[in-house]
Design a protein around this ligand. Structure first.
Ligand SMILES: *[C@@H]1O[C@H](CO)[C@@H](O)[C@H](O)[C@H]1NC(C)=O
Length: 448
């Protein structure tokens, strides 16, 4: 698209108020002074409109330079979640083009980062391929942008052609692979990186630990642990990320003692680290310890977040602590956290497994959002476990309604009828399954 056309297309569809704002920002000629405005523009975090206003004042005072554009584009990237930025980005791009600013890699890079932050990868790619000045950072931005947007093939392609890879390039590629769940390949790329003599930083180590956690590759994880110790990666705020990934890796591999030791040795803890350890204990069947740790966390003045409560409720479910679970659920609002679907689901599961299937049903029916089929499914398992035909029949029918193609949904209800001697109903359910054309699935069998 020619630059001028590209400049205005997103505006056509914009609400009039925003349109006026963007146009005014770019056309304003009100006199003002130059340089202090650049400093102001460099302070990130302002909404896009404020950055645009500054840009227009700079422009009124002095012709914008490459420096102006790199600041403007970076400022816009830092407010990429605002709707205004989507409109402003192509306009700023067109201005930068007109002023020849894309002859400077710094400006190109800011522009690429901006488009990537907005998820506009095709826009970024057009700039990347347009003959604008590029450097290593531009290539890295593309790999990382593709990785974050889930386009692994494109990330691989750019990484493969990249001249002169640096640590950030390898890091971006490993991250892209981990995001795409290609954990084996992530570790292979990590090996190649080490083979070429690069020393991993915290970011790379976190990605590698994630891959190890998913693969259950605890030996490799231990190697990373030793590496972190010998290289002195510990104790600083930034490294709590790596330490958390380490705890998480040990938990996912089921090595709870090592997880505990790693957790214990962290000096600057944060809520994410606490969550990893509490969740890890709960998942590995140490519900009681998870709950103790949860109490200790609150006692030590850490503010639990939504994930903390999921972990704590899950711990109650696994250790059958009904009353404590209810209390924890009740306490959420005192901590300023509105229960989400997951929390209601945990509470219902806790009640259901304890045999309070009717209360569990009430929780699912009364929660402010629609429960997922899987949450009804969990309740159905509880109905089977406690052989509650009254609630089980209602829940079973609801599940069939929700997922008429899911053969397993018919099988559980069929079986519940069968064990209670209700053969007529059982046969009707099987008939219904045939009529709806649902597939019988592995792991779900019909009693005969
Ligand atoms: C809560 O903690 C989890 C990690 O356990 C984190 O991923 C999440 O972003 C946190 N949520 C909020 C709202 O801070």
């Amino acid at each position: 698209m020619p630059p001028d056309q590209m400049a205005w297309w997103p505006l056509a569809a914009a609400p009039r108020r925003l349109r006026r704002l963007v146009v005014a920002a770019f056309l304003s000629t009100a006199p003002s002074h130059g340089c202090p405005l650049h400093a102001e523009l460099a302070r990130r975090g302002a909404p896009a409109a404020a950055s645009l206003a500054l840009y227009s004042r700079i422009r009124a005072a002095t012709p914008p330079t490459a420096y102006t554009f790199s600041l403007l584009l970076a400022a816009l990237a830092s407010s990429a979640s605002g709707g205004c930025t989507r409109l402003a980005a192509p306009v700023a791009h067109a201005h930068a083009l007109k002023c020849g600013a894309l002859a400077h890699p710094v400006v190109t890079n800011s522009l690429l980062k901006l488009y990537c932050a907005l998820g506009l990868l095709p826009h970024a790619r057009r700039v990347f391929d347009s003959g604008a000045a590029l450097d290593a950072a531009s290539w890295n931005t593309m790999v990382s942008g593709y990785g974050k947007s889930g386009d692994l093939a494109a990330a691989r392609e750019v990484f493969g052609r990249m001249p002169g890879r640096n640590l950030v390039s390898w890091s971006a590629m490993i991250d892209a692979l981990v995001r795409a769940a290609e954990f084996d390949e992530a570790l292979q790329v990590f090996d190649r990186m080490m083979g070429e003599g690069f020393k991993p930083d915290v970011v790379v180590l976190v990605s590698v630990l994630k891959a190890c956690a998913h693969l259950g590759a605890v030996e490799r994880g231990r190697w990373v642990h030793r590496y972190m110790e010998t290289e002195g990666f510990a104790g600083t705020q930034r490294n709590v990320m790596a330490e958390t990934a380490l705890v998480d890796m040990y938990c996912k591999c089921g090595c709870m003692e090592e997880a505990w030791r790693a957790f214990d040795s962290v000096r600057c803890r944060d809520v994410v680290l606490w969550n990893s350890m509490i969740g890890g204990l709960a998942m590995n069947g140490h519900g009681e310890h998870a709950l103790e740790l949860f109490q200790r966390m609150v006692g030590n003045g850490f503010v639990p977040n939504q994930s903390t409560f999921v972990a704590a409720l899950c711990a109650c479910t696994h250790s059958g602590r009904l009353e404590e679970g209810r209390e924890i659920f009740q306490s959420m609002r005192q901590h300023g956290i509105e229960p989400q679907r997951e929390h209601y689901g945990c509470l219902a599961d806790l009640l259901g497994r304890a045999g309070r299937v009717e209360e569990a049903e009430t929780v699912l029916l009364d929660m402010p959002m629609e429960p997922h089929a899987s949450q009804w499914g969990a309740l159905m398992s509880s109905c089977r476990m406690h052989n509650d035909i009254t609630v089980g029949e209602r829940v079973g029918k609801r599940l069939i309604e929700l997922e008429p193609q899911h053969g397993g949904r018919y099988a559980v209800l069929f079986n519940l009828y069968a064990v209670n001697g209700r053969w007529e109903d059982a046969r009707a359910i099987r008939q219904m399954m045939v009529e709806k054309g649902a597939k019988k699935e592995l792991g779900f069998s019909f009693m005969e």
